[in-house]
Ligand binder design. Structure first.
Ligand SMILES: [Zn+2]
Length: 78
């Protein structure tokens, strides 16, 4: 599961300062809609399923974080 936390690096790459009032879904490079769809595809392959699950959980948590802070599920620029 540690590997899936690598996507959090893009949080840092996009902006060195963590901003809780900004939605990361659709904002960071690896949190775009097409990447999330790609993670969904991973679920269909046994060997990489756990990576897909980890990434989807990560996106879900980011999204929930978004909703709690801003009342939206993803950044408008998806
Ligand atoms: Zn994230």
């Amino acid at each position: 599961m540690m590997l899936t936390m690598v996507v959090d690096i893009d949080h840092v790459v996009a902006d060195p300062i963590y901003d809780p009032n900004r939605c990361s879904i659709g904002f960071h490079p690896f949190h775009k809609l097409y990447f999330i769809l790609l993670y969904g595809v991973l679920l269909f392959f046994k060997r990489v399923r756990w990576i897909g699950v980890g990434l989807m959980v990560h996106m879900l948590l980011d999204s929930i974080d978004c909703y709690q802070n801003m009342g939206i599920w993803w950044h408008s620029a998806v």
